[in-house]
Ligand binder design. Sequence first.
Ligand SMILES: [Zn+2]
Length: 411
Amino acid sequence: MSGAPNNRPIQADSIHAWLQQREDEMAALLTELVAIPTENPPGRNYRACADLLERRMREAGLACERFSSAGANKEGSDAPICLLGSSGPGDRALYFHGHYDVVPAQSTTQFQPIRKEHFLFGRGACDMKGGIVAMLYAIRALKEAGPKLNGRIVLTLVPNEETGGEGGSAWLAEQGLLGCNGIGMLLAEPTSGVVWNANRGAISLRVQVLGKSAHVGLQHQGENAFERMHRVVERLQQFKCEVEKRSTGFQIGAEQARNSILMLGGQSGGGANFNVVPEKCWFTVDRRINPEEDLATEKEKLLGMLEGCKRDGIPLEWEILQEGNSASSGEDSPIGETLSRSISAIAGEAPRFEMCPGLLETRFYAAQGIPAYAYGPGLLSVAHGPNEYVDLRKVIDCTAVYALTAKEALT
Ligand SMILES: [Zn+2]
C-alpha cells in the first residue's frame, strides 16, 4: 500500500513525554542487567539474567514463555535460555529482538556499572542491554500512554548471539519458534544512528597444518608445520585478491568497506619452542560475504582451496568456528518506511539505510521473508571495547522510535 495516509509524518506524542520522565528507572534496570556478567564465550550467568528479564517482562504485562535448548550448552557455559514475551491481541506480530549475552570484559570493573549524568558505562550497556531496556519500555509506554494495538508485539530475548546464535536464535528458528506470523522485526543492535537493512554472511574457520616434531639440530628428521602453513597461506592470499575485487551495491560507510572480505590470521599459533621443529601450526580464516554472494558457493570454494592443499600433500584439518547467512530487506517495505518515519519524528531527520559490516540476527527473520531491521541506541565504535557506554537520552529516543513504529504498524 502506498499513498497519502502511509506517508504522513508521525507525531512524537504522549509516548515520548511518558518516557522522558523515566530515565532514572530505565537506568536502574540497565544497571541491574549490566551487573550480571553474561560473558560469552563461555556463556555465563544466563539463568540469573533470564530470571531478571522474565520478571520484568511479566511485570510489564507480557505473556512470557521460556525455552531452553537442552544439550546446546558447551563446557563451562550455562544452558541457553530464550524468552518470548507477547503483548497484544491476535496473530499478526511485530518482533522486537535482543540478545543478552555480552562479549568478555576487558576488566572485571566493566560489570560494576557506573552512571555519570546521562551516560551509563559497563559491558553490554551499548551491545545490547541498553537496547533490551528500550524494547521493554517501548511496550510499557504503549500500554500506559498509547492506543490499543490491533496485533501483537513479541519481545524475543536470546543468549549466544556473540558466538553465532547456536542454542539461541538459530535454535529457535530450527524449532519453528521464531518469527511466527511476523509482519516485521526490529533488532536493538548499536547502529550509531543509521538503520541496518542488510548484513554480511560469514564462514569462519580454524585451519591446523600438521608436521613432525624434531630437535632443531635434527630438523632433517622433522616436518615443519610452519613452513607448510606458509604455503597454504600463500594460496589463500591469491584467493583473497580475487574475492576482494567484488563489491556490494548496498550502502556502507567507506568505499573500500564495500569489498567482500577474506581475512587471514586473526588468530594464529603453534610450535613448542624456537629450537623445536613445529609439529602443528594453526591460523584462522574469516570469510565475510556480501549479500550478493551465495554462502554455500563461497564455502565450497574456500573449503575447495583447503582440499586442494591436502591433495598436494600438505596435511591439514579445519574446524568451522561460525557460519551464518547474509540477508537484506528493502528500505521500502511497510515496516521499513514506518521505522524511517518514526526516526524522523524523534531525531528530526530520516535515517540512512546501510549494510552492517558483521553478522546480524535479522538474518533469521529475513530468511522467512519477514522484513527485518537493526536500529539501536548505542554506538558501534564503543561496543565490545574497554569503555563501553550508552547515552541514556539515546536509549529514550530509541524507545520512542520502537513504540511509534509498533503503534503505526499495529493500529
Ligand atoms: Zn550485539
